[in-house]
Design a binder for this molecule. Structure first.
Ligand code: SAH
Length: 361
């Protein structure tokens, strides 16, 4: 058993079962602080790590949106959970097309992991744009803002509730002998109403909603937009989406605490509801495949292939398929895209405006 697992067992033995949210929160903090989880030697691979085309197209999205904002001379270019900094590096390279954009931009990376901050520093050392790091979005200075978050919301802890005859009861993690085991809080959470069926699961992304609300308030105060890409759905799903991944394979979320990546699928409807509360415009949701295709990924792949060796051309085709493919092995359909914008920004590239939806009360 790892030292972290021993501490966790000790905590539960002392305090009793903890909520799934606290379990995720403790495990994820340990997990991200102690490693670079990305890439073939790590646990999982993300879209920017698959191909430079992903970050480049997000770069074009940023350029066009900055243009639509009236080309403000000072722009906060924010990324939440930037991983190895690859997306931002590719985005800034694509942005060289428009030197005025680069002259206006300062990059703000919201990242809690010291190990990944080091990777980001190395990736952006020659970007020519000022870069600073923050623990929270609230610490990023005010001003016109463009935000991107790829596979960020899925890495935030959620509360889970299970539908029982008594109502929604919170899912807990406790000890069964020497092993961690799921349990249930006996008293239901009355404020959640009644479950649609027994055994239904309600995931409540407390941290994700706080971030979404913070972004919405910021975009209501000043011009700008935010772009979110994640494995997700338009909810509610009433399903258990908690999963652990270790060494590119699914694992038991309780088996090796702090050593596997824990994620849940993102409910984009809840993010949109947070934005509706601030009267922002909502764009999407679209599938990642449709979004990247409408930004011109096929043409970008063709351009890259013209200067490529046959082996490189094969890699580009393979990446295109992974990013846009519609099957269960690819990201094109499973991953979704949603954007929020200040009311003055009527359209953003690659996404259709969503008619207004009721805010969550
Ligand atoms: N966006 C990157 C990495 C995704 S992994 C990519 O697409 O490759 C999730 C990222 O979010 C990591 O950088 C992780 O350290 C960061 N992260 C996780 N929880 C966070 C939190 N609460 N605040 C800020 N960053 C966080």
């Amino acid at each position: 058993m790892s030292a972290f697992a021993r501490t966790l067992h000790g905590l539960i033995a002392l305090e009793g079962p903890i909520t799934v949210e606290r379990y995720m929160s403790l495990c994820l903090a340990h997990y991200y602080a102690t490693r670079d989880p990305l890439g073939s030697a790590g646990d999982f691979t993300t879209a920017p790590e698959i191909s430079q085309m992903f970050g480049e197209l997000i770069g074009l999205w940023m350029l066009e949106t900055w243009h639509a904002m009236g080309r403000p001379g000072s722009l906060r270019l924010v990324e939440l959970g930037p991983g190895r900094g690859t997306l931002m590096a590719d985005l800034l390279r694509a942005a060289r097309l428009m030197p005025d954009f680069l002259a206006a931009a300062s990059v703000h990376l919201v990242e809690t992991s010291p190990a990944l901050r080091e990777r980001q520093k190395a990736a952006l050392s020659t970007s020519g744009v000022p870069v600073s790091w923050h623990d929270r979005l609230e610490d990023v200075p005010e001003g016109p803002t463009l935000i991107v978050a790829n596979e960020f919301f899925d890495a935030l802890p959620v509360r889970q509730f299970i539908g029982t005859e008594r109502g929604w009861c919170e899912r807990l993690v406790g000890l069964e002998g020497e092993a961690l085991a799921f349990g249930l809080k006996p008293e239901p959470e009355a404020s959640l109403g009644s479950p649609p069926r027994l055994g239904a699961m309600l995931e409540w992304p407390v941290a994700g909603l706080a971030v979404a609300t913070g972004i919405a308030r910021r975009l209501a105060r000043q011009r700008g937009a935010a772009l979110f890409i994640d494995y997700g759905y338009w909810g509610p799903a009433f399903a258990d989406t908690l999963q652990a991944v270790k060494g590119h394979a699914y694992a038991d979320p309780l088996a090796d605490p702090g050593e596997a990546d824990l994620t849940t699928h993102v409910d984009f409807h809840r993010i949109a509801q947070a934005a509706a509360g601030e009267s922002l415009r909502i764009h999407g949701m679209a599938t990642q495949g449709d979004f990247l295709e409408s930004l011109g990924i096929a043409a970008r792949a063709a351009t890259l292939k013209r200067q490529a060796s046959p082996a490189q051309a094969e890699t580009i085709d393979h990446a295109l398929q992974r990013l846009t493919g519609r099957g269960p092995q690819a990201m094109g359909e499973l991953f979704k895209v949603l954007a929020l914008s200040h009311p003055s920004l009527e359209a953003v590239p690659g996404l259709a405006p969503l008619p207004s939806i009721p805010a969550r009360t």
